[in-house]
Design a protein around this ligand. Structure first.
Ligand code: ACM
Length: 677
């Protein structure tokens, strides 16, 4: 038996997450004959040291890569894996044994479904442990104190497989790991003949780092059906997430039936269908049909909550107030402090030029919120309710006599304090319905309510501040955890204002050193959907960055290592292909960096976020392949070139997408990066 991790190259604590080949690629000259000696000197000076470093670094990374290719590829990385030589082959008749409770049956039925569908073998579940079994799912009679509430142990031996846990959710996570130990075809929706259904001999002990492991899906900017949300829940379950946060309301649509306020969904759930670049759509006209959108009935929500529960997942609702509230205001204009709100329409992605804030000085607002929160609190068993609080503009409040009167009466001197007044009243309403109040970190600004929990998005700082004040915190900082951001160069992705590479997402650590770890419940990533028009794109934006988040919130920090992670992602891609789930191949797209040399020539450097890729390129507008020049050092752009086309290869095969980079775009970026710009 070989003790230790399956991935021998796991870095010791303190090892940098990144080897070479990332954004700090070598920076050397193109063909020396084409440049002047002064430029040669300019580049060569730095290049020799960098080449040497890069070669050593890349060899180390490639060594890791080669080792990982044959290894296991479990995401999130378990706490400990011990491997033995050999494997267990599933018999023609698979017998699963599990206890008889409803929750244990959920797990055994789920496993039977996966095995029977993909393998076509006969799979039987028996709710007793009386005979030898292929797979045993065992609830510990005496709790195993080393694995906590959600952990599990998995043993795959020559005679069979056992998963043991303290609770059924641990069994479910153990089953997710088992599926990742089986051949990728286990993810197929139809029977795949000719597969050796084997599991490597392993002993795994595993439990999560955090109890809050979430993804947020914005169903307001674009509506996703109940069935699509269920698919999302299934995808999240693969990577041991346990919380779906649904952003249910915003300027573009109110998505949950409130029986006492029917206009929220007869009016507030509908806008005009537009495609193109959200935020820049032409203003709508009265004759355009407002038939785009949708909402979940309360029955839909009950079914969704149950669907998630059956996968050991909770759903947290978010009602985003007092900003982002245009859909509510269009439905009930008396919620606004601005005259003329009765003429507003639900936003369809045109520039927002109206007041989208609730009136904090009107009792009608609090009566409205009491009704909404009252109905919603009965639908979602999860203890927290998220009430938004982000990006609340204050300019319309400044113009309102009624808000001015409120400030005088309550002795409020800033508009942040006005929002704080609103949030504290809201917290009381939420608590009166038996729920805990959570908001985005803006709720800190004018003073936080006594029990409020904070979801920190603008950075980790809001979370750090709130944790130091003794409040519960969930970290979802924009710089690591925003899944709406582009995943590679903006010429390759639907345009959003920022980029978040997989390798950066992977660096997410929800507990900064300066914070009491007990106050950080965990972390999550957020998928805002302004630019996400369909569910395939939801998948594309989520995976593989969601895998990086899952490892950040589940795995021990010392087990996180980029050079182990990205080869596992590549293996997961093959699984997602089987499951027909879309993902972004953006980690194979190079980064482009343009600089102007002292002689005025433009120099383009290409780097890749993963090592071991070859980049082939052309400047002549034709599509490069491996018979074209291979990138080895920064390129001097020929005088009249209009496009640089590049494609990446791995092991002699094309792997990246064909990227066409306009030289004009490179020039603009080079000009912007000049000193003084
Ligand atoms: C947010 O991204 N406005 C929470």
């Amino acid at each position: 038996m070989s003790a230790g991790s399956t991935h021998p190259a796991i870095a010791a604590p303190g090892t940098p997450l990144f080897a070479c080949g990332g954004k700090r690629g070598n920076n050397v000259l193109d063909s020396p004959g084409t440049v002047t000696p002064s430029i040669q000197t300019f580049y060569r000076f730095n290049s020799m040291k960098k080449i040497a470093l890069s070669v050593i670094c890349c060899l180390a990374a490639l060594f890791t890569f080669a080792q990982n290719k044959g290894g296991l590829a479990i995401i999130p990385e378990p706490v400990s894996i011990i491997t033995k030589d050999g494997q267990f082959t599933l018999p023609k008749h698979i017998l699963i044994q599990a206890g008889p409770s409803a929750e244990e049956k959920l797990v055994s039925t789920f496993l039977r479904g996966k095995l029977a569908t993909a393998s076509g073998l006969q799979v039987t579940v028996r709710n007793s442990f009386s005979v030898p079994a292929t797979i045993k799912l065992v609830l510990n009679t005496k709790p195993d104190t080393t694995i906590g509430k959600e952990g599990y142990q998995l043993w795959a031996g020559k005679k069979g497989i056992t998963i043991a846990a303290n609770q059924a959710n641990g069994l479910f996570y153990g089953v997710q790991t088992l599926l990742q130990l089986l051949p990728k075809e286990i993810e197929s929706k139809t029977t795949v003949p000719g597969v050796d259904w084997t599991v490597p001999l392993v002993t795994i002990k595993d439990y999560p780092r955090f109890s809050w492991r979430g993804l947020m899906l914005d169903v307001s900017r674009h509506f996703f059906t109940k069935e699509e949300v269920e698919q999302y829940i299934d995808q999240m379950a693969r990577y041991k997430f346990n919380l779906l946060h649904m952003h249910l309301t915003d300027d573009e649509g109110w998505r949950i039936e409130i029986k006492s306020l029917p206009r929220l969904t007869t009016v507030g759930a509908w806008n005009v269908k537009k495609v193109g670049e959200f935020g820049r759509f032409s203003p709508t006209t009265p004759d355009e049909p407002r038939t785009y959108g949708g909402f979940y009935t309360q029955n839909d929500i009950k079914e969704l909550v149950q669907y998630a529960k059956d996968r050991f997942m909770d759903i947290m609702p978010e009602i985003d107030v007092p900003g982002h509230s245009l859909a509510a205001i269009v439905s009930y204009p008396e919620l606004s402090c601005t005259p003329g709100a009765d003429k507003y329409v639900v936003r369809s992605g045109e520039r927002l030029q109206v007041d989208n804030t609730l009136n904090p000085s009107s009792e009608k607002t609090y009566v409205f919120l009491d009704k909404v929160i009252g109905e919603i609190s009965k639908l979602f068993p999860f203890p927290y309710m998220h009430l938004g609080g982000d990006e609340c503009r204050k300019d319309y409040w400044q113009k309102s006599d009624s808000v001015t009167a409120l400030m005088k009466r309550e002795n409020l001197t800033t508009y942040e304090q006005v929002q704080s007044y609103f949030e504290k009243r809201l917290e009381k309403i939420v608590e009166s319905k038996g729920k805990k109040f959570m908001g985005w970190d803006e709720i800190l600004e004018g003073g936080l309510g006594p029990n409020a929990a904070v979801m920190s998005w603008r950075s980790m700082q809001g979370g750090i501040t709130a944790a130091k004040m003794g409040h519960d915190v969930v970290m979802s900082p924009v710089n690591y955890a925003y899944l709406d951001y582009m995943q590679s160069d903006r010429v390759m992705e639907p345009h959003v204002y920022a980029t978040l590479r997989l390798s950066t997402t992977y660096q997410f650590n929800p507990v900064p050193d300066s914070v009491n770890a007990k106050l950080v419940l965990g972390g999550q990533a957020n998928l805002w959907t302004e630019q996400v028009f369909n569910f395939r794109q939801v998948e594309y934006m989520t995976w593989p960055r969601g895998m990086a988040i899952s490892e950040s919130v589940w795995s021990p920090i010392e087990k996180k290592n980029w050079n182990n992670f990205y080869p596992k992602v590549e293996k997961q891609f093959a699984r997602l292909d089987e499951a027909e789930i879309k993902y972004a191949p953006s980690m194979y797209d190079p980064d482009f960096d343009a600089k102007v040399a002292p002689d005025g020539k433009m120099i383009i450097s290409l780097t890749t976020e993963i090592p071991g890729l070859d980049i082939y390129y052309s400047f002549d507008n034709s599509y490069p392949d491996k018979f074209y020049p291979k990138y080895s050092e920064p390129l001097i752009v020929p005088e009249d070139a209009v496009q640089l086309k590049v494609i990446t290869y791995q092991d002699g095969h094309p792997i990246g997408r064909m990227v066409s980079m306009p030289i004009a775009e490179m020039k603009q970026r080079a000009d912007k990066s000049k000193p003084g710009k």
